[in-house]
Design a protein around this ligand. Sequence first.
Ligand code: G4P
Length: 534
Amino acid sequence: MAPSRDTATLSESSLVLEEASKRRTFAIISHPDAGKTTLTEKFLLYSGAVQEAGAVKAREGRRRATSDWMAMEQQRGISITSTAIQFRYLDHVLNLLDTPGHRDFSEDTYRVLAAADAAVMVLDVAKGIEAQTLKLFEVCRARRLPIITFLNKLDRPGRPPLELLDEIQAQIGLRPTPVTWPVGIPGDFRGVIDRRSGQFVRFTRTTRGSTVAPEELLSADQAAREEPQAWPLAKDEVDLLTAVGSSLDLPSFLAGDSSPVFVGSALTNFGVHHLLQALVGLAPPPSPRPDTTGAPRPLQAPFSGFVFKIQANMDRAHRDHVAFVRVCSGRFERGETVIHQPSGRPFSTKYAASMFGADRNTVDEAYPGDVVGLVNATELRIGDTLYAAEPVTYPAIPTFAPELFATARPQDTSRYKQFRKGLSQLEQEGVVQVLHDPEGDPAPILAAVGEMQFEVLSHRLSSEYGAPVRLTLTPHRLARRTDAGTALALRSTRGVKVLRRTDGTLLAAFESPFWLDHLHGEHPEWVLDSILTD
Ligand code: G4P
C-alpha cells in the first residue's frame, strides 16, 4: 500500500506505527456450513470491494475447489489471495486469513491461527458448537486469541440464543458477553438491541442479501410501540444478561477470556455492519511479537516476519513454491534483501506477491499484520524468521499431537524417487508429519491431525508427482512428544510405538488414550508432552 501524501512526511517509525494501528488481522473459524464463506462475501460487500454479493453461487463448484476463495475469485472477477484477503473498512485495513474450508481439521488451520491477532467464531444458531470444530475453538482459547462470536442464521428457526451462550461457556470456557441481542425469535428476526445504546436496530431484507441491508435506529420507546411482543421479550433477556454480568469487558476479551457476541444473518446481511465495526473497534491491532527469549520486538523496529504457510504448485504451469510471511515489525519493501534467520543467509524479496489465483499482484510494501507471499522461496520452512538489520528469532509454530498414523508405500515401486521427493516436499509444506520407526519397518509413517491431510497428500502425490501412495492406517490414536530416556523405557512397553520425526523429535504413539493415562499415572516422571513444539 503506497503511503499517502500526508503519511509520506511522517518519519519512518511513526509511519509504521500508524499503518500498524490501522491493521486488523483475523481469521474466521466455524464449522463447515455455518456461514464463513457467506460472511466473507458480505465483508467484501460492506467494504465496497464488491458491489453485489450472492448473485452467483455455483456452490458445487465451490465445494470442490481447493480453496473456497479461489472459486469465489473466479465467480466474481475479483482478485483475492487464497491465503489472505485484504480489504479496507472505514480507515482500517483488514487482513482476513483463510482457514481452509475442510470438513475436517488440519494442521494448516492451526498454523494460520498463529498468524492471526483475533478470530471471528461463526456459529449456526440452529446447531451451536459442533463437536467437529470444538478442537479449533480450543486452540484459539489455548493461544488466548481474542474471539468475537457471531451467532448466524437468525433469519431461520434455531435454538434459543441464551442456550447457545451457556454452550459457549460450558464447552470452551469462554465467557460470552453479548453486545447485540436479537429482537424476535430465530426465524422471525426483526433486528437487534444494541446493548451499548439501548436502541433497537431494525433490519430490512434485500433480495438474498445482495446489497447492504437498510438499518433503522429506533429508541426503546418507539421499539416498544412498534414491536409490542418481540421487544419486551428481548428486553427481559437483556436485563437477565446484565444481571448475570454478561456485558462487554474489553480487558478480558483481549486476554482471550470473554467473547463479545453479535447476532445476525450473513445471508440477509443483518448484523454484518456491527460485526465489522467490532473488528475495527474491539479487535486488537498488531502488537509487538515476543521473540524466543520472550522480548517483544517493537512494531517500528526494522522489518521482521515469520513464515506460517507454504504452498507449492499453486501455479501448476510453473511448479512454484510460495512462502507466506506474516509481517511482525517494520515496513516490508519488495526488493529489499533480508536475512533468513535459520541459515543466516541473505534472502531476496524481489518476488513478493499479495494476491494469488488468476492474477498475481506484486506487493511493494507491507506493514505489521499484513501477509506477503514470497514466490519460489524454496529454502523457507514453516516457522522460519526473516528480518532486516536487527536480528530476531520468533518462536516455532507449535505442531499438534497427531491422532492418525499410516504407513506409506508407493503403489508403483518404479516411481520410488518421485515418491520420496513428493513426500519430502509435502512434508516441508506441512501437509503431514513424516516419521520413521528407528527399530522397525523402514517405510515412512505419516502422521496427521485430521484425515483430510492424508487425502490431500494422496491426491497431490499422484497428481503432482505421478507417485500414487498406498496408505495403511496403524492402530495408534494419539501421540506425545518424548525424550530419549523415556523413549528407551517405552520401547519395551506394549501399546506404544516410539517414532522419530524427520527433524529428530521423538514421538510416542499410543493405541489408546486410557493406556496413555495409565502409563502416565504409573510413571509420572516420563516426558509425554501434548503439544509438540518444533
Ligand atoms: P461455510 O463457508 O461456513 O461452509 O458456509 P457457507 O457460507 O457456504 O454457508 C453454508 C450454507 O448456509 C449456504 O447455503 C448459505 O447460503 C447458508 N447461509 C449462510 N448464512 C446464512 C444465514 O444467515 N441464513 C441462512 N438462512 N442461511 C445462511 P446452501 O444451501 O448450502 O447454499 P445456497 O444454495 O444458499 O448457495
